[in-house]
Design a protein around this ligand. Structure first.
Ligand code: HEM
Length: 134
């Protein structure tokens, strides 16, 4: 069996390790299926078609985890907290958002270590997006 040098493996980005664009597209698509059915979250999304929002979020995650930088080419600096200011992100919205993300992540069936890394980031990011106290 050919041995792959350790450092070659480590040079792979997280994006590549979990399967690249396809994996992130699947994650975000499943997440938005949850949002589309959610009575609290769905009305927060300004556009009738959730497709463009799904695309922006997928491109953001792809860029964040080491994939192509298409998000910033199209949208500029992420400034995510600022971009969420128009929306009422309270504890309930935070919890609903994370619950759909958990379902989507479970369906990917990633290796436990990859799952944990992504989930840690998402829970941290979601907490930092809260802009309205109960
Ligand atoms: C905590 C609960 C959250 C709620 C309720 C929420 C809600 C929203 C809403 C209503 C939009 C506007 C949809 C659009 O037109 O694009 C949006 C956009 C976006 N959200 Fe969130 N969000 C949350 C957390 C997060 C987190 C944790 C991330 C990143 C990990 C994130 C990333 C984004 C991105 C990238 C956009 C598009 C920004 C742009 O380029 O305009 N959101 N979010």
């Amino acid at each position: 069996m050919t041995e792959i040098p350790r450092d070659t493996l480590q040079e792979q980005t997280f994006y590549e390790q979990i399967g690249g664009e396809e994996t992130f597209r699947r994650l975000v698509h499943r997440f938005y299926q949850g949002v589309a059915e959610d009575p609290l979250l769905r009305p927060m999304y300004p556009e009738e078609d959730l497709g463009p929002a799904e695309d922006r979020f997928a491109l953001f995650l792809i860029q964040y985890w080491g994939g192509p930088r298409t998000y910033s080419e199209r949208r500029g600096h992420p400034r995510l907290r600022m971009r969420h200011v128009p929306f009422r992100v309270d504890r309930a919205a935070h919890d609903a958002w994370l619950s759909h993300m958990r379902v989507a992540l479970d369906e990917l069936g990633l290796a436990p270590e990859h799952d944990r890394q992504l989930w840690d980031y998402l829970t941290y990011a979601a907490a930092s997006m809260v802009n309205t106290q109960d």
